[in-house]
Each structure stands twice: as structure tokens, then as C-alpha cells.
Design a protein around this ligand. Structure first.
Ligand code: SF4
Ligand code: SF4
Length: 300
């Protein structure tokens, strides 16, 4: 089962939810993977601290012009929608950093002057995180559980995360549950990360910005036909928007996580809040239970 954890805006606590949900899953004995598709700023590893496995380069195919063959017909410049090719007088220039790898220029060149070259845009890393499963009234056997971790890392100054996200998703391991930590926002990287998920959890906060971006994210996910649940984070009874402000959206809220200095302090030193703060562990367990129940009902 693939659960994508997304948010309309950054800073809502999406990664906190994703990593702690993975911890809950492994502690009830599920074979669990955490997949960080937030490739511009992958930070789940700070909390899960995986032992490193593979580190694989991600490259995209870009064109290189063989000037000895080029007749400067201009066809490649006309087909490139991304302005990665400019025909200036008797010169043709390629801007590899703008190339989206669509392959159009290779097809239209009448003299086969376009040669295939590659450009490194990031890397995919795998690893294993050991999580203590002993203690409490949990069903998992005592000892260490393992979370398989996969993360993508976009190279600094690169503008296109999609090739790295696609490569990350090719390395998702088998298991019972996969938690996908998505990039914030509602644009292509979020859509690409969410694609293929069984359920989406949208993490938001009770503020006007939170509500605005939640509505856009909800529309996006519904358009993709994926069932969605909402987690309201940092619910401070004395501040933020009142419950009623979220209107219809409120019915899809499956959990409210209170504003907590303890959770913030644990996060700030790279700790796993659900291992140190029992209240959050209980909340994450209940969220996991609800999601699994909904998935079972959907399959019936
Ligand atoms: S592969 Fe596509 S995006 Fe890249 S330069 Fe050619 S036409 Fe433009
Ligand atoms: S399509 Fe081929 S021949 Fe025409 S300008 Fe581009 S590289 Fe040169």
C-alpha cells in the first residue's frame, strides 16, 4: 500500500507526519519503506538516520550538435517548447539546463546532426533505518524493526526535479506499506510524487494560508481520483482559524495534532518524536489504523 504524504504549502509538518507514520507502521510489524520524493530538500534522513546503501547517479539525455553536419535549418529550435535551443544567425546553441529530455529535436533534425549526450541532475540513495520496536503494548516483537529508506537528491542549481523523482520511484522496495514524502505545493513535482498512490494524506495547519493551499491541493488530488485524508497540524486552541472556517473540508480531517513545544524540540535535534513523546505515538498509531481500515474497506 502506497501512502503519499503531501501538503499544499511548505512548513506544515509533512515530514514529521511521514517519518512518524513509518515508525508506527514498523512498530506494528509491517514491512515498511519511507521514500523521500522532496528531492530539493530531502530531510527525512535526519530523523530516520539510515545506514547508507546504494548511491546512484541520475542523468538526463540532452542533445549535442555535431556542427560538421548541421545545416542551420532551424527545425530543432522550432520544436523545442522549452527554449533549450536557440538558432542565432548561422549558429545553433543548446542550453542543456533548460532541456526537458522530450527527444523532439532528435526526431526533426533532417541530417542527424543531433547527438545524444547526458547530464547529471542528481542521485538516488538507499539505506536502512533501525527502529526500536520493544516496549509499550504494541504487537511487534521486541528488538529492532527496519524501515527501508529511499531518497532523491537534486543537484544544487538544477531546476528540474522530475527526472530524480521518477528515478526514486523506480527504486521503491517491496513490502506492506510505503510512505512517500512528497514535495510541498501543488505543481508537477507533487503530482508526480502522488501518482500511483493508494491514498494521499494532506497535512495542513489552521491558518488562512494553510486553508488556501489545502483547497488547491485537495482539488489536485481529487482530480487524480485518489482517496484523500487530512491531518491538521499545530492545532493551538488559542490561535489560528476556528474549526468552522474549514467548511466541507473539515469532514475529511482524520486527526488533529496539537501545537507542542516538546515535538518542536525533539524535531529540532533530529529525534523521532513518536519514540519520545507517547501522545504523538498514539496519534500516529490511530492515523495508521484509520488508513489501513479505509484501505481494507475500499478493497471489499
Ligand atoms: S530534447 Fe526536447 S527539450 Fe531537450 S532540447 Fe531537444 S526539443 Fe528541447
Ligand atoms: S535541426 Fe539539425 S540541421 Fe537543423 S539546425 Fe538543428 S541541428 Fe542543425
Amino acid at each position: 500500500m502506497r501512502i503519499a504524504v503531501a501538503s499544499g504549502k511548505g512548513g506544515t509538518g509533512k515530514t514529521t507526519v511521514a517519518v512518524n507514520l513509518a515508525v508506527s507502521a514498523v512498530r506494528v510489524g509491517l514491512r515498511t519503506a519511507y521514500v523521500d520524493c522532496d528531492v530539493e530538500e530531502p530531510n527525512g534522513h535526519i530523523y530516520l538516520k539510515p545506514e547508507k546503501g546504494l548511491s546512484l547517479p541520475v542523468a538526463v539525455e540532452v542533445p549535442e550538435i555535431d556542427e560538421s553536419l548541421c545545416t542551420v535549418c532551424g527545425e530543432c529550435g522550432k520544436i523545442c517548447e522549452f527554449k533549450a535551443i536557440a538558432v542565432l544567425g548561422d549558429r545553433v546553441m543548446v542550453f542543456p539546463e533548460l532541456c526537458h529530455g522530450c527527444g523532439g529535436c532528435f526526431l526533426v533534425c533532417p541530417v542527424d546532426a543531433m547527438k545524444r549526450s547526458s547530464r547529471l541532475v542528481g542521485r538516488v540513495e538507499t539505506g536502512v533505518s533501525k527502529i526500536a520496536t520493544c516496549g509499550g503494548d504494541r504487537a511487534a516483537p521486541d528488538g529492532d524493526g527496519e524501515i527501508s529508506v529511499v531518497q532523491g537528491i537534486l543537484r544544487v542549481k538544477e531546476a528540474m526535479p522530475l527526472p530524480v523523482i521518477r528515478e526514486v520511484k523506480k527504486h521503491i522496495p517491496g513490502g506492506d506499506i510505503v510512505i512517500i514524502d512528497c514535495p510541498p505545493g501543488n505543481s508537477c513535482p507533487m503530482v508526480e510524487s502522488v501518482r500511483g498512490a493508494d491514498r494521499v494524506i494532506l497535512v495542513t495547519e489552521p491558518t488562512p494560508f494553510g486553508l488556501n493551499d489545502l483547497e488547491i491541493a485537495l482539488e489536485t488530488v481529487r482530480e487524480m481520483g485518489i482517496p484523500v485524508d487530512i491531518i491538521m497540524n499545530r492545532c493551538d486552541p488559542g490561535a489560528g482559524l476556528p474549526e468552522g472556517a474549514f467548511g466541507d473540508v473539515g469532514s475529511e480531517v482524520i486527526a488533529r495534532i496539537p501545537e507542542s513545544r516538546e515535538i518542536a524540540e525533539i524535531n529540532s535535534r533530529g529525534g523521532l518524536a513518536s519514540l519520545e513523546f507517547p501522545e504523538l505515538a498514539g496519534t500516529m498509531d490511530r492515523i495508521l489504523e484509520k488508513i489501513l481500515r479505509s484501505a481494507r474497506e475500499a478493497r471489499r
